[in-house]
Design a protein around this ligand. Sequence first.
Ligand code: GDP
Length: 300
Amino acid sequence: MLDSLSQRLSKIVKVMRGQARLTEENTRDMLREIRLALLEADVALPVVREVLARIKEKAMGEEVIGNLNPGQALVGVVQRELTAIMGGDLSRDEREINLRVQPPAVILLAGLQGAGKTTTAGKLAKHLIETQKKKVLTVSCDIYRPAAIEQLKTVTAQAGAEWYPSHTGEKPLDIAAGAVDYARRHFFDVLIVDTAGRLAIDEAMMTEVADLHKFLSPAETLFVIDAMLGQDAVNTAKSFHERLPLTGVILTKTDGDSRGGAALSVRHVTGKPIKFVGSGEKLDGFDAFDPEAMASRIIG
Ligand code: GDP
């Protein structure tokens, strides 16, 4: 069983008790424990380094040792820093879906195969219908997997949205053009575009989704990423961030037993807000991202 960050910090604080101030040595010990705990929570190494630098600076400036409960004070510093890095200062508006464009507002979903894009398309449609009374159309540009197109049809019906048919023989750009045209003619507020994903990053997939982006000029380009991806989250996020002007992130499968390190990594790499988290296969498992709750989960 791995020690959580709070357990690690209480151990260190016990050693530090009786010491009047933060010394180079006890600071080093403390940072080492935080480093290990973050790595165990699957935060990627380059991200851990930056987080540590920020925590070190903040911890030195705070009355950690002089505090009646130095352990709690230290956990507080870490908690606040992690929350800030994950977008704690962003307004609710910045985390909502941007629909302030000429309708239909296009939302492009991108990510690896299995990340949860199609499920997320259904969840997002339901969210926009229920919370904002929007008229939502969905379309799949995944011409490689007929099952993916069928799956989108199913979740769209569950969400109470409308599904625009597409077929494996068509080209993604033609499908997109047809869906936009249909959405305009039938006064849809939102068009959610599901795209093909591969099991690993490949050039053809990136070009395809980049072309779709160019054609659609989406109001939102959301990167969908599996919270269970762990250390791999950094490289995956990097590849998508380099090829697509992302506007936000949706973190899926937060019902799994991951400690949440992927959230920190993806935010660090893309600099974009994590807007929503998905949990479970049912469409109601969809919530606004809560940086503070995610920081607590990482700390353990
Ligand atoms: P896509 O290939 O990116 O479109 O991914 P899918 O939406 O098809 O999801 C892949 C698998 O993960 C499916 O079996 C989904 O039911 C499942 N899934 C999607 N989102 C979640 C989630 O938040 N939690 C859990 N436990 N499973 C999910």
